[in-house]
Design a protein around this ligand. Sequence first.
Ligand SMILES: C[C@@](CO)(OP(=O)(O)O)[C@H](O)COP(=O)(O)OP(=O)(O)OC[C@H]1O[C@@H](n2ccc(N)nc2=O)[C@H](O)[C@@H]1O
Ligand SMILES: Nc1ncnc2c1ncn2[C@@H]1O[C@H](COP(=O)(O)OP(=O)(O)O)[C@@H](O)[C@H]1O
Length: 322
Amino acid sequence: MLAVVPPPVTVRVPSKVNLHLSVGDVRDDGFHELTTIFQALSLTDEVTVAASEEPVVEVYGEGAKSVPTDGDNLAMRAVRALAAHVGREDEADKVRVVLRKGIPVAGGMAGGSADAAATLVGLSALWKLEIGREELSHVAATLGSDVPFALYGGTALGTGRGEELVPVLSRHQFHWVLAFDQRGLSTPKVYGELDRLRADGDPPRVGSHAPVVEALSSGDPRQLALLLGNDLQAAAVSLRPGLRRTLRAGVNAGALAGTVSGSGPTCAFVCESAESALEVAAELAGAGVCRTTRVAHGPVPGARVVGGEDAPRPTTPPQVHA
Ligand SMILES: C[C@@](CO)(OP(=O)(O)O)[C@H](O)COP(=O)(O)OP(=O)(O)OC[C@H]1O[C@@H](n2ccc(N)nc2=O)[C@H](O)[C@@H]1O
Ligand SMILES: Nc1ncnc2c1ncn2[C@@H]1O[C@H](COP(=O)(O)OP(=O)(O)O)[C@@H](O)[C@H]1O
C-alpha cells in the first residue's frame, strides 16, 4: 500500500519593528538584557513546508541570494529543533521548505526569525502535532531571541533577551514606511559596536517604555512618533553613517518620525495615515538615500497557516540546495 503524503502547508509570518529598544548590561551568556516593544508589520514572508525524500531549502524574493540554503538556514534549524522536541529526529531530513521573502535579509526586521517561527507552525500542521503556541514558543526561544514574537505577532513588551513576552494593547493601525538599505548589518556586530561606544563614552539611552505603552493605548500616531527610541540606533549609525541622511530624508518627506529598526539598517517611519505613507514612500524612494521603500501597517497577527498547494507561485528563480 502507498503511504499517504500530507499536502504542503503555507504559513504567512510578519516582520517586526522595535518601537522602543532599551539595551541593558551584557549577561554572562553574552546576551544583553533588553526591554523592547515589538510591533508586527504587514511586510511578510511566506513559508511552505512539505514532505520530501530529502532536506531541501528553496529561497525566492527579497535578498534570496544572501540567504543560506543549507542546514544553517533558520527554517531548517527550526525543523531540527521541533523534530527533536517531539522525538522525531529521524524525520527531520524528510522536509522541504520554500521561503518567499518580502522581509529584507539582515535588515533588523527579524526575517530569519520569522521564517523559523513560520516553519514551527507549518511543520506542526504538516505533522498534525497537538502542540500549543506556548510550547512552540519554548522551542522558538532556542532558535533566537526574536523568534517567539514572530509566533504571537501583535504588539508586545519583550524582556530577558527579548524572548519573554507580554501583549501590549494597541488601539490603532499605525502606518509605516520602511527604507531598505543596499546591504544588511550583522546583529552581533551592532551589539558589539554599542558595547564599544559605551566603553568609550556614554551614548544617550532611551527612557522608560511606559509612555510608549500609553501612546499605543491612545492610538495617536503623533504621540507615538515623539517616543520612538532605540539604543542600537547610535551603533547602527556608527557602522553605517549614511543612515543619518535616510532618517532625515524620511521626516523631510512628511513622516511623523523615523527610527532604525532593531539592529538596522532598515529605517522605519511612522506616518499620519495610509495615504501619507504612500506619499512618503514615493518621495523617499526618489531621494537617493536607500535601495527601495515599502509601506506596511501594524499591528498584524503572528505566524498563521494561509494555505496548502494553491499557495502563490514564485516569481524569481530559486536558489536550490538538496
Ligand atoms: C536586535 C534585535 C532587536 O529585536 O533584532 P534584529 O535587529 O536582529 O532583527 C534582537 O535583539 C536580535 O534578536 P535575534 O536576531 O533573534 O538574535 P539572536 O539570534 O538571539 O542573537 C544573535 C546575537 O545578537 C546578540 N544579542 C541578541 C539579543 C540580545 N538580547 N542580546 C544580544 O547581545 C548576541 O551577540 C547574539 O549572539
Ligand atoms: N531564513 C532566513 N532568512 C534570512 N536570513 C537567514 C535565514 N536563515 C539564516 N539567515 C541568516 O541570518 C542572518 C540574519 O538575518 P535576518 O533575520 O534577516 O536579520 P536580522 O537579524 O537583522 O533581523 C542573515 O545574514 C542570514 O545569513
